[in-house]
Design a protein around this ligand. Structure first.
Ligand SMILES: C[S@@+](CC[C@H](N)C(=O)[O-])C[C@H]1O[C@@H](n2cnc3c(N)ncnc32)[C@H](O)[C@@H]1O
Length: 290
């Protein structure tokens, strides 16, 4: 058992609410995912720049270069984004998006490269604008630590929620050939790469393409997730409602807010990640969180 550490409340991915604002429109806009709020900020800033800023400057006979226009648009977008509750790191993205676009358009790079890059990113990140869970991979040290946390019983059943390229499943399958390892992955390109890896290594595990939310966790001894802070509270409710009492839920890096883990394993990997290990309680002792 590792010493227990204080659980921090990671709000990195989340939006900040605007305190004391009962404004219906801003409440409605804040209910969007951050990427949609950013898109709205960009569109609104572009319209404001075109219909307000540019004509006002023109009426004073002021002519400014395109890049200055782009920075004005970016400044407005950054302001609107922050008013819509976007996390601080959206600020430079909103500010620099149009200037970067203007610079790229004048660089002469063929548009087909941008289409290709867009398709590639779309296939990798897929529904990230909704799920707020991008692709990043567990380290080898995380694979080994999870292997060490599996119960000793034969035929242990393990599910990786959002399996990425299937690295965890591949490793565990090699360590515990009698285990029943399953992974679910929603993004097409990681799924295909994971499937090719399984074929190439002759892995005896199951990798399924699809959304894990409708998938039952009832049959699992251990469920592993490496997601983001955003879905953790909802996922814990699903774990408690579906997993057998006494089974384990392991979350890499992102703790369940307000729930004390049974154990925290500190990994000496690149990100100095932590594994939060939760013992699934008996149904009646679960306190339903709002
Ligand atoms: C941070 S990666 C972790 C990959 C892998 N578990 C690992 O540890 O290396 C999270 C993955 O979850 C996938 N994902 C996010 N939401 C999902 C969902 N609802 N159903 C299935 N996969 C999902 C993402 O596409 C992404 O590939």
């Amino acid at each position: 058992m590792q010493p227990k550490a204080k659980i921090s409340n990671l709000a990195f991915f989340s939006k900040h609410a605007l305190p004391g604002r009962g404004h219906a429109v801003s409440d409605w806009l804040q209910s969007f995912s951050p990427s949609l709020a950013a898109l709205f900020s960009q569109i609104a800033a572009t319209l404001l720049t075109l219909v307000l800023v540019a004509p006002v400057l023109a009426s004073f006979g002021v002519e400014i270069p395109l890049v200055a226009d782009a920075f004005i648009q970016g400044g407005i977008a950054a302001f609107l984004g922050s008013r819509l509750g976007l996390a601080w790191w959206w600020l430079p993205i909103n500010l620099l998006f149009s200037p970067a676009l203007a610079a790229t358009l004048s660089s002469g790079v063929a548009p087909s490269w941008f289409l290709a890059a867009f398709i590639l990113l779309f296939l990798v990140y897929w529904s990230v604008f909704r799920s707020q869970v991008p692709l990043y991979l567990s380290s080898r040290k995380a694979w080994a630590a999870v292997a060490g946390l599996l119960p000793g019983k034969a035929g242990v059943r393990f599910l990786d929620l959002g399996a990425g390229l299937g690295g965890m499943l591949n490793y565990l399958d090699a360590q515990h050939p009698d285990g029943k390892f399953t992974g679910m992955e929603i993004a097409p390109l990681p799924f295909v790469l994971g499937w090719l890896r399984k074929r190439a290594t002759g892995g005896n595990y199951s990798l399924q393409w699809g959304d894990f939310w409708p998938h039952s966790l009832a049959d699992q001894d251990v469920v592993y997730a490496y997601l983001s802070p955003v879905p953790m509270a909802r996922l814990w409710r699903k774990v408690c409602a579906e997993m057998p009492s006494g089974s384990r839920f392991i979350s890499n890096t992102f703790p369940v807010p307000g729930v004390e883990p049974e154990e925290i394993v500190e990994l000496d990997d690149f990100h100095r990640s932590r594994l939060y290990v939760y013992l699934v309680p008996a149904r009646r002792s679960v306190e339903i969180m709002p």
